[in-house]
Design a protein around this ligand. Structure first.
Ligand SMILES: *Cc1c(COP(=O)(O)O)cnc(C)c1O
Length: 423
């Protein structure tokens, strides 16, 4: 049996209807921005394997750091124990996070980072004896697949089986250009009419919605409104973190700081699952008490796994090299040139670029659903051409590893142009 045949016998894949989906491609090797399947066909990974891999596949520098840690201390429980890799990650993050972030809490993935933030927002007010149970989120947000994260997510076909079982979430429009005032007014209304504990948002770019972008000034205004009413703000930087937007964090563009930040994808350079939620001292202090019941009773078996921490430290080292910062600028420049080339194309509705993120919305006769027919046609075309891209409906986006060469990037652009002509 081939790997693909064995796969269909045993495995259940994410976001997959196995009855109608195509068989998965068995990847046997990766290097830099390239992947090879079991038949040695080559693919360019133009979405950094779901946004996790900025420094390339099989990165030697991170692999060495992991090996060294594995042969020193692979893991130790974090309840009642601590270790240098976790402390070093905290120290490094304090240097690069917005100034007001003072405490870090480890977990395993983006959803748990969000789950922790939402639980902290709710318990913060519980601990203070204030009844605040509503979370505010954007329309079409994506914050993950665990229950509170799902509740905060607005992409409804992901969550429809669970409607009625969620914590209380009220949604406001995203302040995209021209809609800023509508968004501000909606936020003020929600705060007036509900007992709001927190506002969670993907800063500047909504990834899963199709790289929907909005301005830093608008976000600063929304955070300002929350601050006036003592509503905690949660920046979900799981996608945007670690250089994707051109700055280390999307919040680096924003004049107001959030109370909490969620980090995961790219934290370990796409090697080991790990996530972090960061907090202000003020948030932490609401749990600091003689009363044990005021503690945050949340934890995961692999909390602060030392091997993951070593991978994170190596990744932050790589991110901060001149070479990587130059790569991010190079890719951004290249995207802007490509954007100019195609923005007036008759089949292009709109284009957007921020940092290494580029998205193009393609004209479609019918209302395109997330996994609709145009999406399938585009996806198959890209795979056939050896380019890994996962369109969202009629939106095609690129989020390349920062080490992608100009030649590889040009091939991705060329393939996207061909796809636009084809559909
Ligand atoms: C991917 C993502 C998550 C969920 O992360 P997982 O590791 O898949 O659980 C949460 N928030 C945002 C913004 C994401 O892009």
């Amino acid at each position: 049996m081939t790997l693909t045949e064995k796969d269909s016998q045993y495995l259940w894949h994410p976001y997959t209807q196995h009855k109608t989906s195509q068989t998965p491609i068995a990847i046997s090797r990766g290097e830099g921005a390239l992947l090879w399947d079991e038949n040695n066909k080559e693919y360019i990974d133009a979405i950094a394997s779901w946004w996790v891999n900025p420094f390339g596949h099989s990165n030697k520098f991170i692999a060495d750091a992991i090996y060294k840690q594995l042969t020193t201390l692979e893991h130790v429980l974090f309840g009642g124990f601590t270790h240098e890799p976790a402390i070093k990650v905290a120290e490094r993050l304090m240097e690069i996070l917005p100034d007001n972030q003072q405490k870090i809490f480890f977990s395993d993935n983006g959803s748990t980072a969000v789950e922790v933030a939402i639980k902290v927002a709710l318990q913060y007010f519980f601990n203070k004896g204030e009844k605040r149970t509503t979370i505010i989120a954007f329309e079409n947000a994506f914050h993950g697949d665990t229950f509170a994260a799902m509740a905060a997510s607005g992409i409804s076909f992901y969550t429809q089986a669970f409607q009625g079982m969620f914590i209380d979430v009220v949604r406001i429009p995203v302040p995209v250009k021209g809609q800023e005032e509508v968004s501000f007014e909606a936020l003020k209304n929600v705060i007036q009419n509900h007992n709001c504990a927190g506002f969670i948002f993907e800063p500047l770019v909504q990834g899963a919605a199709g790289m929907v972008m909005y301005e830093a000034e608008a976000l600063a205004k929304l955070i300002g409104i929350c601050k006036e009413h003592n509503v905690l703000t949660i920046a979900d930087e799981v996608m945007t973190g670690f250089g994707k937007t051109g700055k280390t964090f999307a919040m680096d563009y924003v004049a107001e700081n959030p109370d909490m930040i969620c980090l995961s994808k790219a934290l370990t350079g796409g090697t080991i699952p790990m996530a972090i939620t960061t907090f202000t001292q003020e948030v932490f202090d609401a749990f600091y008490d003689d009363d044990i019941n005021k503690a945050l009773f949340h934890g995961h078996t692999f909390t602060a796994n030392p091997t993951g921490c070593a991978a994170a430290l190596a990744s932050i080292d790589l991110l901060q090299t001149n070479e990587m910062q130059t790569n991010i600028e190079r890719i951004n420049k290249s995207h802007l040139e490509f954007q100019k080339r195609i923005e007036n194309h008759s089949k292009v509705v709109t284009t957007r670029t921020l940092g290494v993120i580029f998205a193009v919305e393609i004209k479609s006769d019918s209302e395109e659903s997330y996994y609709g027919s145009m999406r399938t046609k585009l996806y198959n075309f890209f795979i056939e051409k050896g380019v890994v891209l996962r369109p969202v409906g009629n939106i095609v986006y690129i989020l390349p590893p920062y080490i992608m060469t100009d030649e590889q990037l040009q091939k991705v652009y060329k393939t996207i142009l061909e796809a636009i002509e084809m559909v």
